[in-house]
Each structure stands twice: as structure tokens, then as C-alpha cells.
Write a protein that binds this ligand. Structure first.
Ligand SMILES: Cc1cc2nc3c(=O)[nH]c(=O)nc-3n(C[C@H](O)[C@H](O)[C@H](O)COP(=O)(O)OP(=O)(O)OC[C@H]3O[C@@H](n4cnc5c(N)ncnc54)[C@H](O)[C@@H]3O)c2cc1C
Length: 291
């Protein structure tokens, strides 16, 4: 039986414009649902079709193969809302841009969390999946619960501090969609606008501009991946159009039409050199989709 796709499904689109790296071949199906109902319809369609699928928010932490993705890519951008629930609690859709949560919810209310979440691109759903954050904290710390969609339907997960760790969590597997989060904030005594401006300025000073995924590797316990890569003398190393940033060695930038292999080659090189010199196995923070 041929299963005809709903109207929000497009075929054979390039993934590159949807990824911050601007790298990635053709995706067989691209799903752009505009509501919870459409996400559920799209999810059922994928399940019935039995094809592999990938969920993308802002695409700021993925490196996708030039060969593309022979499956369905579900985009969460349609789940863009933020509803006040009272008592400093907010229900926020997974597709909401994290930066707008900071500027439209945290800053006007002077909530704690600005230092943890300022300057991180991408969506709220992607941030929850990655437990994104900084030395000042991570998004899951401010999360009361998340709504999930999986093969067994809709569920609500009550967050506890055991459910997340440094750039990781245990409430969402790769085939589960985070639909929304309920966040609880507290009013801070420090001026959060000053905190916001401080961290934006700091990022400009210490991180390269341009197409990248932020930190390529997680920091090994008690050390910094960037420091180790720099000590291997790899700053400025190029492969095709990709370069290990001179400004911050844990950033690999697509400077000039880099391919997947260019960036991936530098990732492998950095891992090999750090292992050889320090005996430390770096672990990728970026999600690599080999296609
Ligand atoms: C310049 C720059 C600076 C950065 N700085 C930081 C930083 O300071 N701290 C930090 O933690 N990260 C940082 N990052 C990395 C990245 O921005 C974060 O990991 C971000 O939270 C990813 O969100 P996204 O929506 O872009 O996720 P995507 O890249 O779209 O996806 C990332 C992963 O999450 C999954 N995913 C996305 N949405 C959902 C969903 N709704 N349900 C289930 N799974 C989902 C995807 O399948 C994928 O595995 C930086 C990136 C850049 C480019």
C-alpha cells in the first residue's frame, strides 16, 4: 500500500540550509509540522513507513554527511510558544528559539539562568536534549517537566537532578521527540541584563564567528578539550574549507564551503593527536550523522 504524505512533508530537500554548519546532503523526507497535532500525525506517518528518522531543532549541534539522510527529518520549529503559568513558571514549546527564552522571559523578569543560557543558539528542545549550558548551569536545572512523544504516545516526564548530566540526559532517547518543557525560575538579586551583556561580550572575545557547532568535544573531567588540542599545535590546521579555529581550538569552522569529510577529518585528527600525546580520549559533543 502506498502511504501518501501529509501536506507538511516535502521530499528531497537539502539539509545544509537547516544546519548551522551549512553542510549536509539531501534528506529524503522533510517534515515541517506546525502544531502538536501535525507532529503526532507526522510521527505516525514515519512509524507506519518504517523509515529511519532524525529530529532537528536549530541544527546548531549537528554535522550531517554530504551523502544526505535517507529517511525522515522532523523539524520542531512549528512548536514555538511560551505560556506563563503563574508563580514564575512557563510552558515553552520545543521549537522556541532558546535566545528568545532568554530575552523575552528571563531578562524582563530578572530571572536566574541568564548566565547559564546566554549566547547558546538553537531551540529549547535541542537544548533539553543536549542539556545545554555553561559553567553557570544548564537548562535542565530550570526544568520541572517535559512532554515527550514516542512510539507509546504522549508522556510527561517529571525532571529530577538524576535525569541529566554534563551535556547529556536520560529522559529522551533518539527516537523520542521533546515537545515542550515546563520551566520554573527564580528572581535574581543581580541585574541580569548586565550578566547577559557580560557573557555576550565574552563570547565575542573568546569564540570565533562563523559556521560551526560551538564546542566540538566535551571537556574531559578536570580539563578543557580546547587546551589539549591547542597543546598539540593544531590551532589553524586546515582540511579543505574547514579550519581548527585560531581563537579557540575546540571550535572547527566551515570557512570556505567545507565538506563533511573536511570537518570530520579535523575531528578525527584532533582525537588522534590528543590520545597520542595525553592518553585522553576526547568525546564528541557535536552529533555526527553519517547518513
Ligand atoms: C556558536 C555556537 C555556540 C554554542 N555554545 C554552546 C554553549 O555555550 N553551550 C552548549 O551547551 N552548547 C552550545 N552550542 C551547541 C548547540 O547550540 C546546543 O547544543 C543547542 O542546545 C542545540 O540546539 P538545536 O536546537 O540547534 O539542536 P540540534 O542541533 O537541532 O539537535 C541537537 C541534538 O538534539 C536532538 N534534538 C533537537 N531537538 C529535539 C527535540 N525537540 N526532541 C528530541 N531531540 C531533539 C537532535 O536529534 C540532535 O541529536 C553552541 C553552538 C554554536 C553554533
Amino acid at each position: 500500500m502506498k502511504l501518501s504524505p501529509p501536506a507538511f512533508i516535502k521530499e528531497n530537500l537539502s539539509l545544509a540550509p537547516h544546519c548551522f554548519y551549512n553542510i549536509g546532503g539531501t534528506m529524503r523526507w522533510a517534515l515541517f509540522p506546525r502544531s502538536l497535532e501535525e507532529i503526532q500525525e507526522g510521527y505516525q506517518w514515519i512509524q507506519k513507513k518504517g523509515v529511519p528518522f532524525l529530529i532537528l531543532g536549530g541544527g546548531t549541534n549537528v554535522l550531517v554527511s554530504d551523502k544526505g539522510y535517507d529517511g525522515a527529518v522532523l523539524f520542531t520549529g512549528g512548536l514555538d510558544y511560551s505560556t506563563p503559568l503563574g508563580c514564575n513558571r512557563f510552558k515553552v514549546g520545543a521549537g522556541t528559539i532558546l535566545a528568545s527564552l532568554v530575552t523575552q522571559v528571563l531578562l524582563p523578569n530578572n530571572y536566574t539562568g541568564t548566565g547559564a543560557l546566554t549566547g547558546i543558539p538553537g531551540s529549547v528542545g535541542g537544548a533539553l536534549f543536549m542539556n545545554a549550558g555553561t559553567v553557570n548551569g544548564t537548562i535542565c536545572q530550570f526544568t520541572e517537566s517535559v512532554q515527550l512523544l514516542s512510539a507509546s504516545g504522549l508522556t510527561q516526564w517529571q525532571m529530577s537532578s538524576d535525569d541529566y548530566c554534563y551535556r547529556g540526559q536520560r529522559f529522551c532517547t533518539t527516537n523520542t521527540v521533546i515537545l515542550e518543557g515546563v520551566f520554573s525560575f527564580t528572581v535574581d538579586e543581580k541585574d541580569q541584563l548586565a550578566v547577559y551583556e557580560h557573557y555576550l561580550k565574552r563570547r565575542k572575545e573568546t569564540q570565533p564567528q562563523g559556521r560551526c557547532c560551538g564546542s566540538v568535544f566535551k571537556n574531559p573531567e578536570g580539563d578543557h578539550a580546547g587546551r589539549l588540542i591547542e597543546l598539540c599545535g593544531l590551532k589553524g590546521t586546515r582540511r579543505g574549507g574547514a579550519v581548527i579555529s585560531e581563537k579557540h581550538a575546540n571550535f572547527i569552522v566551515n570557512q570556505d564551503n567545507a565538506s563533511f569529510d573536511d570537518v570530520y577529518g579535523l575531528i578525527c585528527l584532533a582525537k588522534e593527536e590528543v590520545l597520542k600525546r595525553f592518553g585522553i580520549e576526547l568525546k564528541e559533543e557535536v552529533r555526527i550523522i553519517h547518513g
